[in-house]
Design a binder for this molecule. Structure first.
Ligand SMILES: Nc1nc2c(ncn2[C@@H]2O[C@H](COP(=O)(O)OP(=O)(O)OP(=O)(O)O)[C@@H](O)[C@H]2O)c(=O)[nH]1
Ligand SMILES: [Mg+2]
Ligand SMILES: [Zn+2]
Length: 295
């Protein structure tokens, strides 16, 4: 029996596709004892596996450098928060939720604003001003019109980059534009409900420019209930410099008096859209807690 190490680059129909150091892909299943393991394996995990015949059996998971809750991937270098200017409509809340998930996982994040060819007037400039001020790079692109692709390609090279975002925003289309040899399947956006059709069904890593690009399934509703309320304030990076001036050290920046974060919002130093996303997410988390408390 040969014991080997590798990395899960795809998880599909109960199989884990594990890439070895020599770039061989071994189709693996999970050994019984691993199924009860407190870790559930995900794409990006480094694992040990035994090979017998043509199939492998995963026996161990190696420690993770990081873990992103949604999309569920491990050991990554960069999250590209991918949101469209239109069709589906741009959403500050979804953008801020994705940025918060990256912050909580301590993974660098950038924003890719897709479909700039059909952007409402002023949206790109507004987003750039807002997010660049708080330290997020913004890449306006159009896969269709070939705008901004080179800049994005340079940014995502030589690392493991995950594209995350709602269904239909153009993650797969943008990846195809970055590397036309990929030929990923894309789908249209439903005219009736203005949402994507969940064309990409599983996360998978594609070798690219000394690293990997990861296409992931888009989501419909991005649920934040699993986040701890305590970890939310630091997920909004521009709050930090004000938060230590709040009257209460445990200030949640919602209902407390003498809250320096709220004062900064009123003074126009923190964007109202960011504060509004923060309070919405906090509400989602607290509503879940209350529901659980009543059970
Ligand atoms: N106008 C315009 N449409 C685009 C652009 N990029 C993608 N689209 C369209 O958006 C739709 C969805 O694209 P996909 O690439 O499948 O979106 P996705 O984010 O991968 O969606 P899921 O796999 O469902 O998560 C398709 O009809 C694309 O043709 C763009 O730059 N401009
Ligand atoms: Mg897709
Ligand atoms: Zn406060």
């Amino acid at each position: 029996m040969i014991i080997n190490q590798g990395r899960i680059v795809k998880n599909y129909m109960g199989y884990y596709y594990v890439e070895t150091a020599t770039h061989e892909i071994i189709t693996c299943k999970v050994k019984g004892k691993m199924k009860q393991s407190r870790f559930s394996l995900c794409t990006g995990d480094y694992v040990k596996f035994e090979v017998s015949g043509s199939e492998g059996m995963i026996t161990d998971i190696l420690p993770r450098k990081n873990f992103l809750l949604r999309p569920t991937v491990a050991n990554i270098d960069l999250v590209v928060v991918t949101v469209s200017c239109s069709n589906p409509d741009f959403s500050f809340l979804i953008t801020d939720k994705l940025l918060a998930l990256a912050e909580i996982a301590r993974i660098p994040g950038i924003i890719c604003l897709t479909k700039v060819d059909i952007a409402p007037v002023g949206l790109v400039e507004k987003c750039r001003a807002l997010y660049e001020k708080i330290g997020y790079k913004v890449f306006p692109v159009s896969a269709k019109a070939g705008i901004g692709i080179e800049e994005l390609r340079a940014e995502v090279s030589e690392k493991l980059t995950v594209f995350a975002g709602p269904s239909g925003v153009g993650k797969s289309s943008t990846l195809n534009a970055i590397d036309p040899s990929l030929d990923l399947v894309t789908g249209n956006v439903s005219e009736k409900i203005g949402r994507g059709r969940h064309t990409t069904r599983f996360a998978h890593f594609i070798p690219f420019a000394g690293g990997y690009l990861a296409d992931t399934p888009g989501f419909g509703n991005l649920n934040m209930e699993e986040i701890e309320a305590d970890s939310l304030p630091k997920a909004f990076r521009e709050f930090t410099k004000y938060a230590h001036n709040c009257r209460f050290t445990t200030c949640s920046h919602t209902h407390e008096p003498k809250c320096a974060v709220k004062e900064a919002v009123e003074a126009g130093e923190i964007a109202t859209s960011r504060y509004s996303s923060y309070t919405s997410i906090m509400q989602e988390i607290l509503t879940k807690k209350e529901r659980e408390g009543k059970k």
